[in-house]
Design a protein around this ligand. Structure first.
Ligand SMILES: Cc1ncc(COP(=O)(O)O)c(C=O)c1O
Length: 452
């Protein structure tokens, strides 16, 4: 990436930056797009400006907004753009597949190669099916688990996010007054419009609490088709599993004949070539992948044990989709996975992220601001609190307003990260020493500006 040779526009928002272009685009968007946005997650503000930033270009680790400000990007489309924006080699792969046609609605060779590559990288993946978004692949995995067991209840952890589809859009972020007791959390629909029957089938459990998990499994003994978890809680302050917790989960599911599903939509191919299950040494029965899988193109997959996936293979459990395994996205994914299979690439990403995480901790210490940075180098979150959360309910201890001030102070200094206080920062293979140095300086100055 030869950014030095480019004429650098403004890095970050100037002290009294005008965001005229973003503002005008938002006003225009609101006339024809519901709420002016294409996803509920994008209903965000930019410091005092009551509209999101419109990004018009990305290259490597950098993005540019419609007003010409440049940022080092740690959102990376929620971790999807793991090779960096507009990666030239990925571009060539996409172009050459485009020249052969984008999709035929038929079987194709690229989908075979991609399935083979996933099974090579993920130990528990014996058979694969493709879909297009995380939510879709989650629905496929849950249906496979229900078809396999003949049962309908799913155990979901409070605060874990498994997509916007009805099947699991429950207790994503319940408010304290509706969440119920820790030992028996209520199942709270994330949105109006969810059928009560679906909600009733999802039993909620707090994360990282083995005794409560066991009690809930006992209480509904023989009724669960699946337990589903984000092995690292990407959508909940990057909470790590307590030592031994994933092993306990595995053991309980095996003992009770429950399908264990790992939602590796964020962690897959990012935390290790074989995902979080390789990192922690705990295999799932079914796993769901997206984000890093496509390197920025829309593709997802669910994969797992042959005896479960065979039901889909035999067409007893149905799974379809016009765009499934389309060669354009599959070729992009194949290239991305080949790149990430080389341990040096993930190692480089991890080291860059660790340098940034450490800089945030150092800046917080220097300014005497209570901060916890948790997660791994390649994905982490910054919490303004003095106590690392163990599960969703601990997040009320973190100061979300201070995070918002920190984020805006970073935007002013050329660093772009997730607006949601409990989601993650992500690092890509394109983040180099220059990005890290710039970020370290921005973090120190931003922390100073919000201290006191
Ligand atoms: C862990 C996890 N699961 C599922 C999803 C849903 O994926 P999608 O937004 O592609 O439907 C997301 C999206 O952020 C996610 O982070």
């Amino acid at each position: 990436m030869t950014l030095q040779s480019e004429k650098l526009p403004q890095l970050g928002l100037a002290a009294n930056a005008t965001l005229k272009a973003s503002d005008a685009l938002f006003q225009r968007a609101r006339q024809f797009l519901a709420g002016g946005i294409a996803s509920s997650a994008r209903s965000i503000v930019t410091g005092p400006a009551k509209h999101p930033l419109y990004i018009t270009r990305g290259r490597g680790s950098r993005i540019w907004d419609a007003d010409g400000h440049q940022f080092v990007d740690y959102l990376l489309s929620y971790g999807s753009v793991i090779l960096g924006h507009a990666d030239p080699a990925l571009g060539q792969v996409i172009k050459s597949q485009f020249d052969q046609g984008t999709m035929y609605g038929t079987c194709n060779t690229v989908e075979i190669e991609l399935a083979e590559q996933i099974c090579r990288m993920v130990k528990s993946a014996e058979l694969v099916r493709f879909a297009n978004s995380g939510s879709e692949a989650i629905s496929g995995a849950v249906r496979a688990a229900r078809g396999f067991t003949g049962k309908s209840k799913i155990l979901k952890f409070e605060g874990h996010y498994h997509g916007w589809a009805d099947v699991l859009a429950i207790s994503n972020r319940p408010s304290p007054d509706e969440a119920g007791p820790l030992e028996a959390p209520h199942s709270i629909p994330h949105s109006p419009g969810l059928p009560q029957g679906v909600v009733n089938d999802v039993v909620i459990c707090p994360w990282n609490e083995p005794d409560i998990l066991k009690a809930i499994l006992d209480q509904h003994d023989g009724q669960f088709a699946a337990v589903i978890a984000e092995p690292i809680v990407a959508n909940n302050a990057c909470i790590m599993p307590r030592p031994g917790y994933l092993e306990f989960l595995r053991q309980q599911c095996t003992r009770r004949g429950i399908v264990l599903i790992f939602d590796e939509i964020v962690t897959g191919f990012r935390t290790a070539p074989g995902g979080a299950q390789q990192l922690f040494g705990v295999d799932a029965d079914l796993s769901v992948f997206s984000k890093a899988l496509g390197g920025g193109l829309p593709i997802s997959a669910f994969a797992g044990k042959r005896n479960i996936m065979d039901l889909i293979g035999a067409n007893r459990v149905k799974h379809g989709g016009t765009y499934n395994g389309n060669p354009l996205c599959a070729a992009a994914a194949l290239h991305t996975l080949h790149t990430l299979a080389a341990p040096a690439v993930l190692d480089r990403i991890r080291r860059a992220g660790e340098a940034v995480s450490e800089a945030i901790r150092r800046a917080a210490r220097d300014c005497r601001v209570p901060v916890v940075v948790q997660g791994l180098g390649s994905m982490f979150q910054v919490l303004f609190t003095d106590r690392a959360p163990v599960h969703y309910r601990d997040l009320k201890l973190a100061d979300a307003k201070r995070y918002a001030a920190f984020r805006y102070a970073l935007l002013q200094r050329g660093v772009h990260c997730n607006e949601t206080p409990f989601a993650c920062w992500f690092v890509s293979a394109a983040h180099g020493p220059e990005d890290v140095d710039l970020t370290v300086a921005a973090v120190a100055a931003a922390m100073k500006s919000i201290a006191g």
